[in-house]
Design a protein around this ligand. Structure first.
Ligand code: ADP
Ligand code: MG
Length: 251
C-alpha cells in the first residue's frame, strides 16, 4: 500500500543549526504516529517542514504528491491540516460558525451565500454545514454546535480546534502538543477523538509530551533527538529502547 505520508532524508537548516537532520519515516493511511523527543529535538520544525512553513531539503510525499517545495496553501489544499498553538478560534462566535470560517478561509466558499442569493453558493454552504455537523457528531461535540467558543472549557476548545482543522477534508492531521493544559478527563476525550479520526481514515502525526496519551493512541512512535531520528517502533518497543531511555527519559 502507498504510504499516506513518506519522508525521505528531510533536513532543515537554520543558520548554524541543523534542526532536523536526514529524517525518514512513513505513516500509513489511518495510522497515528507520535513524534517524541526532548525540547529542541526538532519536532515542531519537522511539522513546519511538512506544512511548508520552513524550507527543507529531502522529500516529503503525501500519497503520490511531492509536497517539498510547494507553498503552505498548496500543501493545505493537498490535505495536510494542522492546529495552531494559540488555537486560532474566534471567541465571540459559535462553534459551528468557527468551522464555517475555517472552510471559507481555505476554499473561498462564500460565507454570506444567502445574501448573495446564488443557488449554487447556497447549495455549497448547505453541504458545508451538513459536513461540519457530521464532523462535530463524530467528535462527540455536536451538542456544542451553537455554544460560543468563549464559554467552552479548554478541553472542549481543543476538540473544536481539531474539528476546525478538519472542516476541509484532510488526509493528514498534525497536532503539536494537543494535550497541553487539559485535565485527565479531557485527555481521555482527546484520546477517543484521535482514535475515531484514524478509524475514519485520517492519518495523524502527533507531537506530545503526555506519554500516557502517546502510548494509548499511537500505532507507531518516532523518537527525535537533536534533529536526528533516534528510534522508531511500536510504543511498547520504543519505551524499552536503551538509547531512548538514555536520551529522552534521562535514565
Ligand atoms: P521541539 O519542537 O522538538 O522542541 P523545535 O523544532 O522547536 O524543537 O526546535 C529545534 C531547534 O531549532 C531548536 O534548537 C530551536 O531553537 C531551533 N529553531 C526552531 N525554529 C527556529 C527558527 N525559526 N530559527 C532558528 N532556529 C530555530
Ligand atoms: Mg515544539
Amino acid at each position: 500500500m502507498t504510504p499516506r505520508l513518506k519522508l525521505e532524508g528531510v533536513s532543515v537548516q537554520f543558520a548554524g543549526l541543523r534542526a532536523v537532520s536526514d529524517v525518514s519515516f512513513e505513516v500509513a493511511p489511518g495510522e497515528i504516529c507520535a513524534v517524541i523527543g526532548p525540547n529542541g529535538a526538532g519536532k515542531s520544525t519537522l511539522f513546519n517542514a511538512i506544512g511548508g512553513y520552513v524550507r527543507s531539503t529531502g522529500r516529503v510525499h503525501l500519497n503520490d504528491t511531492l509536497l517539498t517545495g510547494r507553498s503552505i496553501h498548496q500543501i493545505a489544499a493537498a490535505g495536510v491540516r494542522r492546529t495552531f498553538q494559540n488555537g486560532g478560534l474566534f471567541q465571540d462566535i459559535t462553534v459551528i460558525e468557527n468551522l464555517m470560517v475555517g472552510l471559507h478561509q481555505t476554499h473561498n466558499i462564500p460565507l454570506v451565500a444567502g445574501a448573495l442569493a446564488l443557488p449554487s453558493a447556497r447549495r455549497m454552504e448547505g453541504e458545508a454545514i451538513r459536513r461540519a455537523r457530521e464532523l462535530l457528531d463524530l467528535m462527540g461535540i455536536l451538542n456544542l454546535e451553537r455554544a460560543l467558543v468563549r464559554d467552552l472549557s479548554s478541553g472542549q476548545r481543543r476538540i473544536v480546534e481539531i474539528a476546525r482543522a478538519l472542516a476541509v477534508p484532510a488526509k493528514l492531521l498534525m497536532l503539536d502538543e494537543p494535550a497541553v493544559g487539559l485535565t485527565t478527563l479531557e485527555i481521555e476525550h482527546l484520546d477517543q477523538v484521535l482514535k475515531t479520526l484514524a478509524r475514519d481514515g485520517i492519518s495523524v502525526l502527533l507531537v506530545e509530551h503526555v506519554l500516557d496519551l502517546v502510548m494509548s493512541v499511537s500505532d507507531k512512535v518516532v523518537v527525535l533527538n537533536s534533529g536526528v531520528r533516534l528510534a522508531e517502533g511500536t510504543p511498547a518497543a520504543v519505551k524499552q529502547d536503551p538509547a531512548v531511555l538514555e536520551a529522552y527519559l534521562g535514565y
